[in-house]
Design a protein. Structure first.
Length: 537
């Protein structure tokens, strides 16, 4: 027994010494880091740095203030005083996004996202990401999204008819449109993503297993607590039991079981269609399975079934939450600008069908401007975080004045392991790029955009809302066409008015930026809007 205790104590002492060595080394590297010379806010806490301030900030207002005060490239403090790079410099942002595999998501970010969606394309890095992205790309091409447009319109028309029926008795409907749009986009991603009927818009529908599992995972994994915070940033302590981990695990087991059934059905449909793959299945999962089984894909390039299965929760989050939130903010913006709402409706009513094609939707200029302006002013995801995979020199378009008052050349050093934050919302509303009215919702600005925004390194629309580079949003076309189809259908049929003063609507970011009531945040995410059937005069 004594020998065992001696061995255990020796092992524990070695482990503590090892961790202490790395902690001291980390402190030394941080406090001798070139980032320490950058200007930036003072840290209110050694333990949490500026993180609590950032998390508490609404709609990136604090970040906007920092950049105005200190310049486009600054540093702020993270956990235990470690410095992080924060930049709106477009040359730096382009370098980081276009060298995405040298700047992966940090482990703590991957841990938190992975708790919700597993190891899909949003979480994996390096060669694994390249493999998944290469196989998935064909499923998200323009031709494939064109086929899915009928699903977008079918569900949009179903919601239109439900609202029309609700309005029939009282002449109007006051409701939380976020909830309705969330149900609509859930139905869409079920059918378009993996040929699954959630039927959440059906009035008599009760939540099924997959709905309940997804809701449980999302609600539980995004709920903050001191223990979650500690386990996020200190991986060595993740062995500590947490009742919520058991809930998430059970929900993941349900999703995995149903996902296996969906995957087996996709395989069966493809086998039944013959070796040439003449299947008419159009959902993303079937297209992914088809691409993965193609004779043109080498064995070393094929995704394992577990990797294909990991995309199901990825589709759910990326194809459901972001689009419903963005469309909610679009309706909010239209309530705050009645002239814009009228102008958009006039354009949409000139189309002589309820079911336009994708190309017909994309040919409507003002609808396109409204969607672009919504994603600029109300980007669903406010920022993205990366970590340097190696020591690097980041190019800057402008010199900076360091904390000692010296002007430094237009580049900055960063060490391996240091975190970089790219503030999407701040760049999308940067007055030096967009002009003094950058924070205003003004679709007409897209008729002639400033030359300054043409260097924004986004994959679409001179915006960072879908980021850019090898890790840009693979489903951006899906999201854009779905959003246009929903707005086309609803704005033609209804007039929208906010049910509370505009200043009452606040933003809360948990993965995506959702609305809530400033006077009653405990009531949860909501956007109360008065809906009236449009009466043509």
């Amino acid at each position: 027994m004594q020998v065992f205790l001696q061995i255990a104590c020796t092992f524990l002492g070695t482990l503590v010494a090892y961790r202490l060595y790395h902690l001291v080394k980390s402190f030394y590297l941080e406090y001798t880091s070139p980032l320490s010379d950058l200007p930036g806010p003072e840290s209110p806490s050694f333990f949490s740095g500026n993180l609590k301030q950032i998390w508490a900030s609404e709609d990136s207002n604090l970040q906007d203030k920092w950049f105005k005060q200190y310049g486009p490239t600054i540093r702020y403090a993270g956990i235990l005083g470690g410095y992080r790079l924060f930049t709106t410099d477009l040359r730096a942002v382009s370098h980081i996004l276009n060298n995405a595999y040298d700047y992966p998501k940090p482990p703590h970010s991957r841990y938190n996202i992975g708790r919700v969606i597993g190891k899909g394309v949003l979480v994996v890095e390096g060669e694994k990401h390249k493999q998944q992205r290469r196989t998935m790309n064909p499923a998200f091409g323009p031709a494939q999204i064109r086929e899915l447009n009928t699903i977008f319109l079918e569900k949009s028309l179903q919601l239109r008819d439900l609202w029309t029926a609700e309005c029939a008795a009282q002449g109007s409907l006051t409701t939380n449109v976020l909830s309705w749009l969330s149900r609509l986009t859930l139905d869409v991603i079920g059918l378009a993503g993996f040929n699954y009927k959630f039927n959440s818009l059906n009035p008599s529908h009760t939540p099924n297993e997959l709905t309940e599992a997804f809701t449980k995972i999302f609600a539980t994994a995004t709920r903050s607590s001191p223990l979650v915070f500690i386990k996020t940033f200190f991986p060595v302590l993740r062995f500590i039991p947490d009742p919520r981990d058991a809930e998430i695990s059970r929900a993941h087991e349900t999703m995995s079981r149903i996902g296996h059934q969906l995957l087996d059905e996709s395989h069966a449909r493809l086998r039944a269609s013959g070796e040439k793959g003449s299947s008419t299945a159009r959902d993303l999962l079937s297209l992914l399975v088809k691409a993965n089984m193609s004779s043109g894909v080498g064995e070393h390039q094929r995704m394992a079934d577990s990797d294909v299965l990991a995309q199901v929760p990825t589709f759910l989050v990326a194809g459901h939450e972001t689009t419903s939130t963005a469309t909610t903010w679009a309706l909010f913006a239209l309530t705050q600008s009645p002239d814009t709402q009228i102008k958009l409706r006039d354009e949409l009513l000139r189309v002589d069908t309820d079911t336009p094609t994708m190309d017909e939707l994309n040919a409507l200029p003002y609808l396109d401007w409204v969607v672009r302006e919504t994603l600029r002013v109300h980007s669903p995801v406010p920022g993205t975080v990366r970590i340097a995979g190696k020591d690097d020199v980041i190019p800057l378009s402008r010199p900076f004045v360091d904390r000692k008052g010296k002007v430094q050349i237009a580049s900055g050093m960063i060490r391996k392991g240091q975190v970089v934050m790219i503030p999407i919302t701040t760049i999308n509303r940067d007055e030096t790029l967009w002009g003094e009215d950058a924070r205003a919702f003004k679709p007409e600005r897209w008729e002639k955009i400033p030359d300054t925004v043409k260097s924004i390194p986004g994959v679409w629309g001179n915006l960072l809302s879908f980021i850019g580079g090898p890790r840009s949003c693979i489903g951006y076309r899906f999201s854009l066409v779905e959003m246009k189809a929903i707005l086309f259908t609803l704005v033609r049929a209804f007039e929208f008015e906010l049910a509370v003063p505009g200043a009452e609507i606040a933003k809360k970011s948990v993965i995506v930026q959702r609305p809530l009531l400033r006077s009653n945040p405990g009531a949860g995410n909501q956007m109360p809007i008065i809906i009236k059937p449009y009466q043509k005069v």
